[in-house]
Write a protein that binds this ligand. Sequence first.
Ligand code: AMP
Ligand code: MG
Length: 401
Amino acid sequence: MNQGLLSVDEALAILLEGARAVATTEEVQTLDACDRVLARAQVSTMDVPPMDNSAMDGYAVRIADVAVPGVRLRVAQKIMAGAIGVALEPGTAARIFTGAPIPPGADAVVMQESCVAEGDSVVVNQPPRREEWIRRRGSDIRTGAPVLPAGKRLLPQDTGLAASVGIKWLPVYRKVRLGLFFTGDELVMPGDPLPPGRIYNSNRFTLNGLARMFGCDVRDYGIVPDSLQATRDVLRRASAECDLIVTSGGVSVGDADFVKPAVEAEGSLLMWKIAMKPGRPLAFGRVGEAAFIGLPGNPVSSFITFLIFVRPFLLKTQGIAGAVPRAIRARADFDWPKPDTRREFLRARWNEEGGLDLYPSQDSAVMTSTAWADGLVDNPARQAVRKGDTVSFLPYPELYR
Ligand code: AMP
Ligand code: MG
């Protein structure tokens, strides 16, 4: 089925309509859960901290005993982290260390810098406020409080948070199996000599890296020759092994573009011309149980269309909802006097003045621009930019999220 020019948002809406979250979940150790997507919300079964404890090295006291500066108290006990003290008798202090439980009866900790130790007593030079340097039980997390939402890609701090409430195992979605292959008789792998007329298969590296960044279980089927049979064969194999197949190249309608007829023969396909630059042709379909997204071959185009289309599709497949990249408003320190009639994603980077510079070449074959840049200026169709204008900028970290 052929369609006319589609906007990025229209194409994305159709694409996401076809994305299904992986249903299978598995339990992994919290220690191995970084980068995985949480399948069920986690609730705390305990208070954090689990007991009242000291936030400082110092002396636990009764504030009634130390209402004025210079009071001397007998140090009746010493409580280390991990130990338990006894009730604090009036007129005494407890030597206490950070993280150690507050003894019953104490209502403040005086930090050691405000005291002078003299033999087995201490002189408190600064009267504390009630509750000073005490971390109360449950002041961070209460029993029954939600700690992590379902559908979150877990970061190191999330696993630390889970561990702090004693969670050893976490339910996560099975990794999405992402199949990749690269069409083009011109492609050669780095390490092999480059015959005349050939180029290195750089997209293999960019797309593998992206797929791994998004936590996929990558199946790489390598270079596929420009032939209908070869393309059909690899599609059939990949569809049996993958949730999603992503390809580069061969989606135009040239003599050597076999992706369209191959996917149509093995499954079903929508071919789109997207109103974006770079990256006009995009194919979306299905082969057996697997979804299919065919990206253009031009290196910058495949990189950007992956971030704009494959990324949200993947996130939804992974069980992550609504991770829309947050664009920031930034000052253009460049002129873009001849905008395209399509929405453009321009490679730009921060300068020391806090504005954005543009890479001199915005050609979709110039990979240098993507490595040089800090992100993409999302420029509406036909919008000229003058130095000092405000533009919408998508920093890479937002697109890699
Ligand atoms: P295609 O979409 O197949 O017409 O390819 C468009 C342009 O991208 C051509 O110049 C190809 O040589 C180039 N190209 C295609 N695949 C790759 C790849 N895997 N790595 C680098 N360049 C590629
Ligand atoms: Mg090609």
